[in-house]
Design a protein around this ligand. Structure first.
Ligand code: CP
Ligand code: NVA
Length: 310
């Protein structure tokens, strides 16, 4: 695949222009169509991609392994707890060794700076499979899903209700680049960081989109086309879980909240869901929910990301 994206890392959506993000989505749509026609193209034939995990994963682990396989490459799915990293080998040395063996590194890490260190020390693309700061593969796959369901991204109102976390950051940044209106409702003290909101506002000026941060979930979802939520305690925040459940209770996605959005609103969740906490069974399993289409699209978008970068 001829592309000016070749060789670049994929750490944060802010590193890409609107045209580049649209190119990933366009290629994913094409690959999805080809996949259903039984015509997967082996863009990475004979290559090898390492997929590293510091944290648990179901969707990312499996969708990346399948994506790499369907592109004709070998996925090496590794737990960092089984690597010499656990015994003190540095990230820098690990990156320098990996680039001698593989053609790309996908990594899920606790600290975003680990990804930056991998990318700075490897001459091959490094792809962020979730960090404490962002989850760009998730968000880009979500924009593919929104485009499929709503026919466009421009002017779509996406309301995220919950923790101002990694997923919220990527939706804010990606949404502001791609021209969606993004509103976020979080409890006081759990809003996205000032830095991320500033980045989103600066992109929004160019794309003519609107960014709105509030503590009121009803205000955020008013006339929304998309309502999105994520867990209240992310991986690594398990000790805060009980405290957070109390604080976040008014931010649950339930049938009452849905009434304030557009009648054809779609409900999204990156999964895994804590049913009965951030979202009720009724909504997650109800007619507005697109969560499993959303999970499937991780596969198609990641194939596009891998094929364009590697
Ligand atoms: N949404 C997501 O990244 O899921 P996993 O944690 O299961 O990979
Ligand atoms: N915010 C969640 C997303 C999981 C896919 C976490 O980081 O645990």
């Amino acid at each position: 695949m001829a592309t000016k994206l070749r060789g670049r890392s994929f750490l944060c959506l802010k590193d890409f222009t609107r045209e580049e993000l649209e190119e990933f989505i366009f290629q994913a749509e094409k690959m999805k169509t080809d996949h259903y026609a039984g015509k997967d193209e082996k863009f990475l034939d004979g290559k090898t991609v390492a997929v590293l995990f510091e944290k648990p994963s179901t969707r990312t682990r499996i969708s990346f392994a399948v994506a790499i396989h369907e592109l004709g490459a070998l996925p090496l799915v590794l737990e960092t707890s089984n690597m010499q990293l656990i015994r003190g080998e540095t990230i820098t040395d690990t990156a320098k060794v990996l680039e001698r063996y593989v053609h790309g590194i996908v990594a899920r890490v606790y600290e975003h700076r680990t990804l930056k260190e991998l990318a700075a020390n490897a001459s091959i693309p490094v792809i962020n499979a979730l960090s404490d700061y962002s989850h760009p593969c998730q968000a880009l796959g979500d924009f593919l899903t929104i485009k499929e369901k709503k026919g466009t991204l421009k002017g779509v109102k996406l309301a995220y209700v919950g923790d101002g976390n990694n997923v919220a950051n990527s939706l804010l940044i990606g949404g502001s680049i791609l021209g969606l209106d993004v509103s976020i409702a979080s409890p006081k003290g759990y809003e996205p960081s000032k830095e991320v909101v500033e980045i989103a506002n600066s992109f929004a000026k160019f794309s003519n989109s609107r960014i709105f941060i509030t503590n009121d979930p009803y205000e955020a979802v008013k006339d929304a086309d998309v309502i999105y939520t994520d867990v209240w305690a992310s991986m690594g925040q398990e000790a805060e879980h009980e405290k957070r459940v109390e604080i976040f209770r008014p931010y649950q996605i339930n049938s009452e909240l849905l009434k304030h959005a557009k009648v054809d609103v779609i409900v999204m969740h990156c999964l895994p869901a804590h049913r009965g906490e951030e979202i009720t069974d009724e909504v997650l399993d109800g007619p507005h929910s697109v969560v499993f289409d959303q999970a499937e699209n991780r596969l198609h978008i990641q194939k596009a990301i891998l094929a364009l970068l590697i």
